[in-house]
Design a protein around this ligand. Structure first.
Ligand code: AMP
Ligand code: MG
Length: 281
């Protein structure tokens, strides 16, 4: 058995009362093991996640409207793509619904900011993942004054109401804000310039965004303070150690799926009768 958590991430990553400015992005809250122990546990837990996700998918196929939506937020290089590739990539792709949100297209700009979000919501049985989300509309939009304060200010309450609506429709939200340190971000950006297999991830504008770090910290803090609700709480994830980020999100997803108390859908036919038929087929 691999080393376990001393405090589950659902507790150790709670956003309530947390100041981002005080966060140690290199920390591993709730887990005392080292990288090797973390990776051993990750192997174990990935199998559990995969099994639960298959159950979710099976129930969806049988008409269950419930689903789980992982919402990933974080600055560039925080590792959102790595979570999608490694954690979400470990489950059956038939049951995964992935969406990423970049600068709104011309068409998207003509609509309410939640329009493109609603279109991308997972259906019953799906494990949805949002790489960025409606929260960009109170993050980059706020930091760069893309719309005036009287436009973005009401969005916090609007987002809470929207997420309440999602819950009522059967969606369990798992919201994770990933934080890397400025140093680690620099290292990861440098790697994107040093490695031909990473050029595609590099965006010159990411360097400019580093100047806005304090403004982003403030925007993230307000986001956590105003949109971490009891029905859709935020989790704050120190993300300098990729293995920890993957392990923690795997646990958060397991926890969300466990709470659905899923079983395999029952047979909708008479098993004995079908056995007899098959014997003579
Ligand atoms: P990436 O995730 O690296 O593909 O970058 C996507 C970029 O789109 C990021 O810089 C986001 O901040 C930006 N973005 C996402 N949503 C919005 C939005 N609603 N308004 C403006 N920029 C956005
Ligand atoms: Mg980027």
């Amino acid at each position: 058995m691999a080393k376990k958590w001393s405090l589950p991430p659902i507790e150790s990553l709670r956003a309530d009362g947390l100041r981002i400015a005080d966060l140690d992005a290199g920390g591993t809250p709730g887990f005392e093991g080292d990288k090797n122990e973390g990776l051993d546990l990750l192997t174990e837990r990935t199998a559990v996640l995969s099994d639960l996700q298959e159950k979710l998918y099976a129930n969806g196929r049988s008409g269950d409207a419930r689903n789980v939506l992982l919402v990933l937020q974080g600055m560039d290089t925080a590792g959102k793509g790595g979570i999608v590739r490694h954690v979400i990539g470990s489950v059956d792709p038939q049951g995964v619904d992935h969406a990423s949100f970049g600068v709104p297209t011309e068409e998207e700009k003509r609509h309410h900011y939640l329009w493109r979000i609603r279109k991308a919501l997972p259906r019953g049985g799906q494990l949805g993942v949002f790489d960025r989300s409606h929260y960009e509309d109170v993050l980059i939009v706020r930091v760069h004054n893309l719309v005036p304060p009287e436009v973005w200010e009401p969005r916090y309450d609007e987002i809470n109401a929207f997420e309440r609506e999602l819950l009522d429709q059967g969606t369990t939200l798992v919201k994770v804000a990933m934080f890397v340190s400025l140093d680690e971000q620099k290292k990861r950006l440098r790697e994107r310039l040093d490695r031909p297999d990473k050029y595609w991830k590099f965006n010159p504008a990411d360097i400019d965004e580093r100047d806005y770090w304090p403004a982003y910290q403030e925007a993230y803090q307000v986001m956590l303070d105003r949109t971490s609700t009891d029905y859709a709480p935020w989790h704050v994830l120190p993300a300098d150690r990729k293995w920890f980020a993957r392990l923690a999100i795997t646990e958060l997803l397991i926890d969300a799926l466990d709470r659905l108390k899923l079983d395999w859908p029952p047979a909708r036919f008479d098993i004995e009768e079908q056995r007899r038929r098959l014997a003579h087929a």
